[in-house]
Design a protein around this ligand. Structure first.
Ligand code: GLY
Length: 309
C-alpha cells in the first residue's frame, strides 16, 4: 500500500477472507459497493494482490465495473504465478458450479515476485505444482525432463530453480493464450487434468485445493491416455512417479465413481452432451477429444484407487 500510495493520488484496500468460499458474487458485490463509495471511475484501476481466487475475482470485478476498468495481477501463490494470473480468464463460482460466471479481461500487467514463495505452506506450494506439471505435459517435454531431474531442488524452494520453473510456465501460457485468447481451440489444452480434477474438487466439497485436484486429474488423464493407447505405459509411469513425489491428500477409499463422473457433465468443458477431454499423445503434447466415455473415466478412477493414493 505504501508503495502504491507513492504513485497514486489515492489508494484504498479491500480485503476479503481467503479461499474458494469467497469466490462468489456476494464478494464481488461488496467490492462494487466499495468501488462506488470510493468513487472509482474509468481512470482508476484495481490491483489483485493474492492467489488464484483473488486474481479471478478482482479481474471479474474490474471487467464488469463501469463496463470494464484496468487491473493488475500481483500473484502471491505458485498456482497464480504459473497459471491463473496470466491470460485474462476472470470469474467466480456460482452455487457449486466452478468459474461459471466470468469474462475474458486481460490484466494490464502481471508482476511476479518469487519471494512470495516463502509465504506458502506445503499444500499451497504443491497445489501450484499441479499447474506446473500440467504446463510441461501439454507443451514442453524437455521442461518435463527438467522437472523430473530437479524435483528435489524445486521442493526445497531453491530460488534459482523456482525462477526457471515459473518462467517456463509463463512462456507456455503466453504462447497458448496469444494463439487462442478466448479458448476457441488450443487454449483448452490448458485444461489437462481439469475435467476430472474439477469434478473431484466438487465431490470433495472444495476441501482439497484446486491444484491438488489437478494433480489427481492429471494422473487420471495420463491413465486414460495410456488405456486408450495414446501414450506408452512407460510415459504413464513417469508422469505418475513425478506427481507422487509431491504430497497431496488421498482420496477417500469409498469413492463414488458415478457421482464424480456425473459432476464432469456439469463442467463448462462440455459440447452438446460430450465432454471435451484433454488427453496426451506423448509427454509434451496434448490434444482435445470427445471420445472419452464414462466407462473410460470409471476404469481410470478404479486404476487410480488401486495404484494411486
Ligand atoms: N487456467 C486455464 C486457462 O487460463 O485457460
Amino acid at each position: 500500500m505504501r508503495i502504491v500510495k507513492d504513485y497514486c493520488s489515492k489508494a484504498i484496500s479491500y480485503v476479503f477472507p481467503e479461499g474458494e468460499e469467497s469466490k462468489n458474487l456476494e464478494t464481488v458485490k461488496a467490492l462494487y459497493v466499495k468501488l462506488i463509495e470510493e468513487k472509482f471511475d474509468r481512470h482508476d484501476f484495481i490491483i489483485a494482490l493474492g492467489g488464484g481466487v483473488t486474481g479471478d475475482l478482482t479481474g471479474y470485478s474490474a471487467a464488469t465495473y463501469l463496463r470494464g476498468i484496468d487491473f493488475i495481477q500481483v500473484p502471491t501463490s505458485l498456482l497464480a504465478d504459473v497459471d491463473s494470473s496470466i491470460g485474462g480468464k476472470t470469474g467466480v463460482d456460482f452455487d457449486s458450479y466452478k468459474n461459471m460466471i466470468g469474462a475474458f479481461h486481460m490484466p494490464k500487467l502481471v508482476y511476479i515476485n518469487i519471494d512470495t514463495m516463502d509465504t506458502l505452506d506445503l499444500r499451497q506450494f504443491n497445489s501450484g505444482m499441479g499447474e506446473v506439471i500440467k504446463s510441461a505435459l501439454i507443451k514442453n517435454a524437455s521442461f518435463f525432463n527438467w522437472l523430473e531431474e530437479n524435483i528435489d531442488a524445486i521442493k526445497s524452494k531453491d530460488k534459482e530453480f523456482i525462477l526457471k520453473m515459473i518462467y517456463e510456465c509463463n512462456i507456455i501460457k503466453k504462447n497458448v493464450v496469444e494463439n487462442d485468447p478466448t479458448e476457441k481451440g488450443e487454449r483448452a489444452l490448458l485444461n489437462l487434468g481439469h475435467t476430472l480434477g474439477h469434478a473431484i474438487e466438487k465431490y470433495m466439497n472444495f476441501e482439497m485445493m484446486h491444484g491438488e485436484c489437478v494433480l489427481v486429474g492429471t494422473i487420471l488423464a495420463a491413465i486414460i491416455s495410456k488405456n486408450k493407447g495414446y501414450i506408452s505405459e512407460e510415459e504413464n509411469n513417469r508422469i505418475i512417479s513425478l506427481i507422487k513425489k509431491l504430497d497431496f491428500p488421498s482420496l477417500p477409499k469409498d469413492l463414488d465413481y458415478d457421482k464424480i463422473i456425473m459432476y464432469t457433465k456439469n463442467d463448462k468443458k462440455v459440447i452438446g452432451n460430450k465432454i471435451k477431454f484433454i488427453c496426451l499423445s506423448k509427454i509434451g503434447e496434448a490434444f482435445i477429444t470427445t471420445d472419452i466415455t464414462d466407462e473410460d473415466m470409471k476404469k481410470a478412477l478404479e486404476e487410480y484407487m488401486v495404484t494411486g493414493r
